[in-house]
Design a protein around this ligand. Structure first.
Ligand SMILES: [Zn+2]
Ligand SMILES: [Zn+2]
Length: 206
């Protein structure tokens, strides 16, 4: 699997570009900002982007969506419970960030859906709590955890739609059941593993 991590925008959001080694089909997870940087990397990697996957609809994960969608023509996928956030973005008004409203999503996701990019196969895990339609994407020995789980941290639950007990339930029932050696690629900050978080994440110690 080709994997490129970019840190973009004022909130230092992680955007991941994923691709198949065999035929160069690819996917972008969370085009949060800096469309030109994302698209430049896609070009350097020689990828044909088939899908743009949004872990959730917060402005810091979708800020470059419109431009990246227009440039790649890729299908935009987001969980059903998060889709309206593409049209209404109260956080952008709140934070004073201008936000070009994208087209409606092409594909609405639910728990258990699969996303296939050539020979790469991913499973959608619905992990509400940071937001109602937050998802993690599991596949190729890795989980892309959005703002659900961070290295030694968890997503905030004080934003509209957030719910702490729901978030903890999502982490325990969907993520902590994964093998220790599963790589974790979060929406912000450094990579980690499920085992590292199981042992050391202060929010997961009982
Ligand atoms: Zn968020
Ligand atoms: Zn975020």
């Amino acid at each position: 699997m080709i994997l490129k991590k970019l840190v973009v925008g004022p909130f230092a959001s992680n955007c991941y570009i994923i691709g198949s080694e065999s035929n160069k089909e690819g996917m972008i997870i969370d085009p949060g900002a800096e469309a030109e940087v994302i698209l430049g990397n896609v070009k350097d990697l020689g990828l044909d982007i088939k899908s743009i996957l949004l872990t959730h609809g917060h402005i810091d994960h979708i800020g470059a969506l419109k431009e990246v969608k227009e440039a790649t023509g890729a299908e935009v996928a987001i969980h059903t419970d998060e889709a309206k956030s593409l049209q209404e973005q109260p956080l952008s008004t709140l934070l004073g960030i201008s936000y070009p409203t994208p087209l409606p999503p092409d594909r609405l996701l639910k728990d258990g859906d699969s996303i296939d990019i050539s020979d790469l196969h991913f499973l959608v895990l619905h992990t509400p709590g940071h937001g109602p339609g937050g998802i993690c994407l599991l596949g190729q020995g890795a989980v892309f955890s959005g703002d659900t789980l961070f290295n030694y941290g968890i997503g905030r639950t004080d934003l509209p739609g957030g719910n702490y007990s729901q978030l903890m339930n999502s982490i325990h029932t969907k993520l902590m059941v994964l093998p220790d050696n599963t790589a974790v690629y979060p929406g912000h900050g450094p990579d980690t593993t499920i085992g590292t978080e199981r042992r050391g994440n202060p929010f997961l110690q009982t």
